[in-house]
Design a binder for this molecule. Structure first.
Ligand code: PGA
Length: 279
């Protein structure tokens, strides 16, 4: 073998090894199912629900299972969940300032001090009823990440935007405004939940094609901003009338990595079926 051939041979093997190493080290994205209880349940009902879900789940879930309980139940829920691997606790909101004179509000520090590991940020109900702005949401994201909480960042379009066909641009704007200031290392910790507003609590789920189209578009956007590796490693959950019947089809879509579940997370059997639908 002459010197030129040897060199080509060397580069060939070096490239092959690098490629295989990159496959091994590439962060595969997780599937996640999170139950958003909203303003439902009492303490006893809530702890019963969690215990019942844990009992009914026969096999270890294929990805993290998150319970987003109301604030007053977090501590009790944390005590039940901390002995079970693979189950996590989320708050449904946090305040955008670190602390101070904000009567009735709850800070990120308070949440982590009672055992929350995730926090839902930017749910459409918070945007709509509490007039939360993209700027406030960006602050919440920063605070959460700064204090070690993982944001589940919600985005999604209202019905009129969907009907106009401008939904991809609308969601892109939400993501850019509240997340794209993050450096890559921080962005990697964010979970995205796509929740079309017209599908939330209405019984009108997005079709698998509609969900896949938007999730794929979000991933393309993330790839443009943070690179393919980060985009491929980001979990994008679907939310909006996801239930035991439609979860298997939705979760089978290549870019749907689980779900953020409202109504169906309030019944143990339904939630367990959705957890079991993780592919
Ligand atoms: P839904 O709510 O499953 O009841 O539609 C989802 C959500 O708002 O997170």
């Amino acid at each position: 073998m002459n010197a030129a051939n040897k060199k080509i041979n060397f580069y060939f093997w070096a490239q092959l090894i690098t490629y295989h190493l990159s496959l091994i080290t590439q962060k595969m994205r997780q599937q996640i199912v999170a139950g958003n209880w909203k303003m439902n349940k009492t303490l006893d009902e809530g702890t019963e629900l969690i215990k019942s879900v844990l009992e009914k789940l026969e096999q270890r879930p294929r990805g993290p299972v998150v319970f987003a309980t109301p604030f007053p139940f977090l501590l009790a829920a944390a005590k039940i969940l901390k002995v079970r691997k693979g189950f996590y606790l989320a708050a449904q909101n946090c305040h955008h300032e670190e602390k101070g004179a904000y009567t009735g509000e709850v800070s990120v520090d308070m949440l982590s001090s009672v055992g929350a590991e995730y926090v839902i940020i930017g749910h459409s109900e918070r945007r709509q009823y509490f007039k939360e702005t993209n700027e406030q949401l960006a602050k919440k994201v920063n605070l959460a990440l700064g204090k070690g909480l993982l944001p589940i960042f919600c985005c999604g379009e209202p019905l009129d935007i969907r009907e106009k066909g401008t939904h991809v641009g609308y969601v892109a704007k939400q993501l850019k405004a509240s997340l794209f200031h993050l450096p890559t290392a921080e962005f990697r910790k964010v979970v995205i939940a796509y929740e079309p507003i017209w599908a939330i609590g209405t019984g009108r789920t997005a079709s698998t094609e509609q969900a896949q189209e938007m999730h794929a578009a979000i991933r393309v956007l993330l790839a443009k901003k943070y690179g393919k590796d980060v985009a491929d490693g980001t979990s994008i959950l679907y939310g909006g009338s996801c239930n035991a019947q439609n979860a298997p089809d939705l979760f089978r879509q290549p870019d749907v990595d689980g779900g953020l579940i409202g109504g169906a997370s309030l019944k143990a059997d339904d939630f367990v079926a959705i957890v079991n639908a993780m592919k």
